[in-house]
Ligand binder design. Structure first.
Ligand SMILES: Cc1ncc(COP(=O)(O)O)c(C=O)c1O
Length: 372
């Protein structure tokens, strides 16, 4: 046997307190090492059934068409637009950060007629704003981000959902940075398509992403005149694999499914309410600590996201130097600003397994030392 000249993987463990990936519970990493079985093995199909049940509980929905897409959050995002839009369909996209722009880019590729409304990065929309946009330009679909990872703002959804339905439109909600950390009540709010990602508040490695379609959304998809313009993400075909037919569509990423399965078990064992409470408390500790360091938070308290905090960078410091020192000297990762907020804020994620008081205290102490 020839010895490889390449070193084995040897990475310094980091305290992941950025916008994702987040820290993962060792139980989940252990589950990923479970021996592979076939993707149509009855044991695997049984795990899929149970995973669907757990996903429904975590997403607070009875939707039959609820499953995990084999891909990161962007894949589920794309699945939402690909299935709900046909060429020339009109869509209203609410943009108050980086991911609203990504929605526009995706919807364009499916030939939709796009109208947008915008808010400054860090602010949220009112139901009245959505209503007047729909009056001016009726739309079949409205898309909005629940938790804008680029700004740290949490969008209230209840009233917007009512307006969208009063206009006989479908509501797509991006819950990538909210699910598992703050309430995402799909049925109660009346969300038609809701997707998330694994590597944020769910605390699973990236590579798999939950999605759910309301019965109403499923009827809409069934009534399409054209084929879904994305073979891999066709929800009807995926539903046939996840549903009773079990028809082969693609080879499911077995180990990622193990990871999500264990992730959901961890979440349900903690309990959703307890988990949301933990995220609120840990975030409050961080917010107080940052303010005690004379730093100001970018988002107004009422709309602040517990899973992702944006803090304004004092003009006296070089933000990149401090971020790099956090990584090199303390093994702590936080995120820089994205898009319009590049260079202006840090993004600190307290998500899932990483949302712990000891991480907050460690980070605050390191920032304080470095800023001195
Ligand atoms: C709000 C939001 N939507 C979508 C995505 C895309 O997810 P992914 O990077 O997993 O493809 C992200 C990722 O950060 C996000 O924060």
């Amino acid at each position: 046997m020839v010895k490889s000249n390449y070193p084995s993987i040897d990475v310094a463990p980091r305290v992941l307190l950025g916008p994702g990936p987040s820290l993962v519970d060792p139980r989940v990493l252990k589950a990923m090492a479970t021996p592979l079985i076939g993707h149509l093995d009855p044991q695997f199909l049984d795990l899929m059934n149970k995973m669907q049940e757990m996903l429904r509980r975590v997403m607070q929905t009875d939707n039959q068409l609820t499953f995990a897409v084999a891909g990161t959050g962007s894949a589920s995002m794309e699945a939402s637009f690909a299935n709900m839009l046909e060429p020339d369909d009109s869509i209203l996209i609410c943009i108050n950060g980086y991911f609203g722009h990504r929605m526009v880019d995706m919807a364009e590729r499916y030939g939709a007629k796009i109208h947008t409304i915008s808010r400054p990065w860090g602010q949220v929309f009112t139901a009245e704003e959505v209503e007047s946009a729909l009056k001016a330009n009726p739309a079949k679909v409205v898309a909005i981000v629940h938790a804008e990872t680029s700004t740290g703002a949490m969008q209230p959804l209840d009233e917007i959902a009512k307006v969208v339905h009063a206009h006989d439109a479908y509501l797509i909600v991006d819950a990538v940075t909210s699910l598992g950390g703050v309430p995402v009540r799909v049925d109660e709010v009346g969300i038609d398509v809701c997707y998330s990602g694994a590597q944020k508040a769910l605390s699973c490695p990236p590579g798999i992403s939950p999605i759910t379609f309301s019965d109403r959304a499923v009827e809409h998809i069934k009534s399409r005149k054209t084929k879904v313009a994305n073979w891999y993400l066709d929800a009807t075909m995926l539903g046939n694999y996840w549903g009773s037919e079990r028809s082969y569509h693609h080879t499911a990423p077995i180990s990622m499914n193990y990871a999500l399965y264990e992730t959901l078990r961890v979440i349900l064992e903690e309990g959703l309410e307890a988990r949301w409470q933990r995220h609120r408390e840990t975030a409050a500790l961080l917010w107080d600590g940052l303010e005690a360091l004379d730093m100001s938070l970018h988002v107004e308290a009422d709309y602040r996201l517990p899973t992702l905090t944006t803090v304004r960078i004092p003009s006296s410091i070089d933000e990149a130097v401090i971020r790099q020192a956090l990584l090199h000297d303390y093994n702590i990762e936080i995120g820089g600003g994205l898009g319009e907020l590049k260079g202006r804020v840090w993004r600190i994620g307290l998500m899932g397994y990483g949302s712990r008081k000891e991480n907050v205290v460690l980070l605050l102490a390191a920032i304080e030392r470095l800023m001195k």
